[in-house]
Write a protein that binds this ligand. Structure first.
Ligand code: FRU
Length: 499
């Protein structure tokens, strides 16, 4: 009896120690070196483009290109995460797996409120994913017809999905790059409009039911940046001064303003068939090296919320993280601004960022003094008379990133030449620049700083830059230099993994 009790006691102790170890393992998951504390990153493995972003029943759904068996790009699935505040994400089971028609490439999702598709049952609104089936066998055989558009629907708020048995719904006419459908409801004509990347241009299609697509028009063969293939487009209206304009986002790889992949945009008119740009200038949503495949959430009303993949195809497969690879930008609110007669799209961090402000007091910094930098923070800098501004994030190893404004060149910049691990790919090291769009004397800059990234929003979001970095020790010091009148406020933010 005594022995039995002793054995039982030992078993209880072993169980308790196992439970403690398991808890430790869970906690250390989001604490690895370079792990973003403000940005969505998967618990493990590879991610690329944000996909299927739809707001439904007070929940933001984020699907994403996901390879669950490794930390480099591989056969694509759609991973899934949800959030009610755009910062704290809950990872759910994989939504879409590859099948006999191929891998699941990028695409969008809509709430089919009127059940135009007929997939809704028992009064339940179906969520519908419209994605590219990429057939790797067809690609190897050089058929040119290996990318086709397909549907899947969910009747349980995106948790489980049924692929449509009539897939594909839009067959490839013989265009090698024929992908990334972004679908929206065009209320004026009660029809769905699909914006599709078709190699070196955009092709618009329409359908009453998401199934029977008809070609409407093409855009862009001779307009915009063409240093690489056009991918992941988006089309949506934005209001300015009581007028509706249409914004067309076109991701491009390579050929971005600072090399590699980036997001260009056009502003103009759309009449349900044709997109007509207001001018033919090339402009970028984010001039930094590390925002790509950015598109917006559907079903958010007049609000337009944008999210990009926070890396660059030039080195996305090589960045020095171990358990997972790559993350998303912070969500950004898009708006239209008129500046010197030009229509520009501005981006700012979504207002929900206020929910992750730490309880510690906001600190006012003096120019040129060195301060401790919290693990994640927001820095707001303003001046009545813009001069050179240099913000330096550094560590005791002498590694640093500088971000700022160069008055003579009239450019904002991010310099990560001395930022720590830079040798994994030769184009990573560098100083990246962006134009200033306003000639106003006063200026404001907001920087969102995480363990491995900085996002710059200048002049109320007219110029945006994102840069990632991998220091050997976290940057824990900050200084801001420039004119004496600089107003500098440092706000600590809380990790999205602590709750
Ligand atoms: C863009 C992209 C898309 C494609 C997906 C594949 O980053 O190349 O065009 O659908 O990634 O993962």
């Amino acid at each position: 009896m005594k022995n039995n009790l002793r054995i039982l006691a030992i078993q209880v102790l072993m169980l308790a120690s196992f439970v403690c170890k398991a808890q430790d393992a869970v906690q250390s998951v989001y604490k690895e070196e370079h792990r973003p504390q403000l940005h969505f990153s998967p618990k493990a493995h590879w991610i690329n483009d944000p996909n299927g972003m739809v707001y439904f029943n007070n929940t933001y759904h984020l699907f994403y290109q996901y390879y669950p068996n490794g930390t480099i790009w591989g056969p694509m699935h759609w991973g899934h995460a949800t959030s009610t505040d755009l910062f704290h994400w809950k990872e759910l089971p994989i939504a879409l797996y590859p099948d006999s028609l191929g891998y699941i490439f990028s695409g969008s999702a809509v709430a089919d409120v009127n059940n135009t598709s007929g997939f809704g049952k028992g009064g339940k609104i179906p969520l519908i994913a419209i994605f590219t089936h990429h057939d790797p066998k067809g690609e190897k055989e050089n058929t040119d017809k290996f990318q086709n558009q397909s549907l899947a629907y969910s009747l349980d708020e995106g948790v489980t999905w049924t692929k449509y048995n009539g897939n594909p719904v839009l067959k490839n006419p013989g265009i090698r790059d024929f992908r990334d459908p972004k679908v929206m409801w065009y209320a004026a004509e009660k029809k769905w409009v699909m914006t599709l990347a078709t190699k070196d241009r955009i092709t618009f299609y329409s359908a009453p039911d998401l199934k029977t697509w008809k070609k409407e028009s093409e855009f862009g063969l001779t307009i915009g940046a063409h240093g690489g293939v056009w991918e992941c487009p988006d089309l949506f209206p934005l209001q300015l001064g009581g007028k509706t304009y249409w914004v067309l986002l076109v991701n491009l790889n390579p050929g971005g303003p600072n090399g590699g992949s980036a997001t260009q945009y056009f502003v103009g008119q759309f009449d349900g068939k044709t997109f007509t740009p207001a001018d033919t200038k090339t402009r970028w949503i984010d001039y930094g090296p590390d925002e790509y495949a950015g598109v917006t959430w559907s079903n958010t009303g007049v609000r337009k919320i944008f999210l990009g993949w926070m890396t660059n195809w030039s080195y996305a497969n090589q960045v020095p993280t171990v358990a997972w690879r790559n993350a998303m930008t912070i969500p950004r609110e898009l708006s239209l601004k008129k500046m010197n007669g030009q229509l520009l799209v501005a981006s700012t961090p979504v207002k929900e960022i206020k929910n992750i402000v730490a309880a510690t007091p906001v600190i006012s910094l003096n120019p040129s003094q060195v301060y401790n930098l919290p693990a994640q923070s927001e820095l707001k800098i303003s001046t009545a008379q813009i001069q050179d501004i240099v913000v330096t994030f550094s560590n005791a190893n002498g590694e640093r990133v500088t971000v700022g404004y160069d008055k003579q060149a009239n450019q904002y910049y991010i310099d990560r030449t001395q930022s720590g691990k830079t040798d994994f790919q030769k184009s990573f090291k560098g100083r990246f620049v962006a134009p200033r769009f306003t000639s106003a004397n006063n200026a404001d800059i907001t920087l969102v700083v995480d363990a491995a990234s900085v996002e710059l929003f200048a002049d109320n979001g007219l110029t945006v830059m994102t840069g990632i970095y991998f220091p050997n020790a976290t940057f824990n010091k900050v200084s801001v230099s420039g004119s004496k009148d600089l107003k500098i406020k440092l706000t600590e933010l809380t990790s999205i993994h602590n709750r």
